[in-house]
Write a protein that binds this ligand. Structure first.
Ligand SMILES: [Zn+2]
Ligand SMILES: [Zn+2]
Length: 251
């Protein structure tokens, strides 16, 4: 799990009260679309800081409300963190942990963002927390976490094991792409490459399979020991190598 601790953001230790949540994890979202999937990951740090400022200065809370968040680039952000009462889901603020998806009502969580939630769930289960995942609306009348994320709560998407289980579908999503292609499947490929630690250049996750993406594909293949010297198309072998890089980066 790629965890960004609050100390890395320059935040002091939280003053929220102690708790011992053991019942599971509650999924939240942002009430408005944030567009972070299409931006550099640095925008997620700005977003998380702004969220904390809002919770403290506008809501009057002692700290950011959530225990954790998951960004579209596959990082887990610490909010109040472990063993703290939250201001997230009344009725479960001291018995459940909370994770906010850094995305809004009509934004579909990215594959790596979903995987970040799964990794966080595993991290909590390693610490004695039940594997139950619920949505904010299971506690009170609210739109949160939005229809898309709530459907994922109900169909068990978040309670699957991290990484490997989705491999079949993730490979199928990539195979057949080649330089010059554009669209959502290319974005997905780029998400996996970046989450696997490969540089996509200034354009980032732009949905266009250009030379920078081809270089990242080649780099991922080489890192897996491939002797192939092309990154301009995704064969079945290339997809496996890219996925392997992604899974390793998230261990
Ligand atoms: Zn919520
Ligand atoms: Zn991010």
């Amino acid at each position: 799990m790629k965890l960004i601790r609050r100390s890395e953001l320059g935040w002091p230790a939280t003053t929220a009260g102690h708790a011992n949540p053991r019942s599971g994890l509650v999924v939240h979202y942002d009430g408005s679309n944030q567009g972070l999937a299409g931006q550099a990951h640095s925008a997620c740090l700005s977003y998380w800081r702004a969220t904390r400022n809002f919770h403290i200065n506008t809501n009057g809370w002692v700290d950011i409300g959530y225990s954790f968040a998951a960004c579209p680039h596959g990082y887990v952000f610490e909010g109040r963190g472990l063993n703290r009462i939250q201001a997230a889901q009344p009725g479960g603020n001291s018995t459940y942990y909370s994770v906010s998806l850094m995305s809004g009502p009509t934004e579909t969580p990215t594959a790596v963002q979903i995987d970040a939630v799964r990794q966080l769930r595993g991290y909590l289960m390693d610490r004695g927390v039940a594997g139950t995942v619920r949505g904010h609306r299971d506690f009170i009348a609210t739109s949160c976490p939005g229809d898309r994320a709530y459907a994922m709560v109900k169909d068990g998407t978040f309670t699957k094991a991290p990484g490997a289980d989705a491999a079949g579908g993730m490979e199928e999503d990539m195979v057949g792409l080649s330089q010059g292609d554009s669209g959502e499947r290319v974005k997905f490929l780029q998400e996996l490459l970046r989450a696997g630690g490969h540089d996509l250049g200034p354009a980032g996750i732009d949905g266009d399979y250009g030379p920078a993406t081809a270089r990242a594909v080649l780099a991922a293949r080489k890192a897996e020991g491939s002797r192939q010297d092309f990154g301009d198309r995704i064969t079945g072998a290339a997809a496996k190598q890219i996925l392997s890089q992604f899974v390793k980066a998230h261990r």
